[in-house]
Ligand binder design. Sequence first.
Ligand code: MN
Ligand code: MN
Length: 298
Amino acid sequence: MEIEDYIKAGKIAGEVRENTRKKNWVGKTVYEICEEVESEIKKRGAKCAFPVNTSLNEVAAHYTAEPNDQLTISDDDLVKIDLGAQINGYIADTAVTVCYNPEYDHLVQVAESALNNAMSMIKIGVKSSDVGRTIEKTIKQSGYLPIANLSGHSLEQYTIHAGKSVPNIWSIGSFSFTENQAFACEPFVTTGEGLGFVHEGKVKNIFALASRKKTKDKEADRMLDYIWQNFNLLPFALRWLLEEWEENEARNLMDILIKKKAVHAYPVLVEGNGKRVTQAEHTFIPNENGVTITTIGQ
Ligand code: MN
Ligand code: MN
């Protein structure tokens, strides 16, 4: 594992996240947010590890802007901006929730507190189930609910979900944190009226390569090569194909690739009772004394 690349990617992602947090996005479209945040990542010399997610209100995760998406942020919306930078495939994954209605400040703060409490307790040898317990306790003590079926994850080169889960609740099937592995921790919080679980929604606008098997359609195969060369196995958005294809053609080719199971489409994840969700996320590497938070930011 290339610690230096994890650190570099993390410094960029952390810096971009903090700028994102400070900005007032009211009146902006999700398209403008995604394009601006992605260009900030690239300007600093990293690649995007995945399309910037701008999931609003009861949508917990996995929404990114469609080309020219006109969905516009109001001063009542709660927006989870989840961004990823990568250097040579070594990923920094981090998120912030922005909201301009003070009614939701506490819901935002509790996700941050749960993340901070998890960061404070992790070191080599700590059990993942104990981290889940701490996150769950922090959230429930505040009168809210963790999203039980969303979790953090181990990271590997060009792999965002590398097999181990960092749970947001106490759960069986535990592992102990080891050195030389990167992880993301990402508590999701909903109100006491929420279900505390997400289900899949209808919208799918994040994709990833699933197979490089030829499709018998020459242009679809060219798109498959383009995806592999530019994004490897990491997620991408339709927006990212429009330098090479016109929008309608790109949509048609993507339909072919999805049907042939060469590309996987990820559905948005929606709170089960339709209640609002907040999120906070850091990428970290455990050590003897604690953790190195790569996405700490300044
Ligand atoms: Mn993330
Ligand atoms: Mn993540």
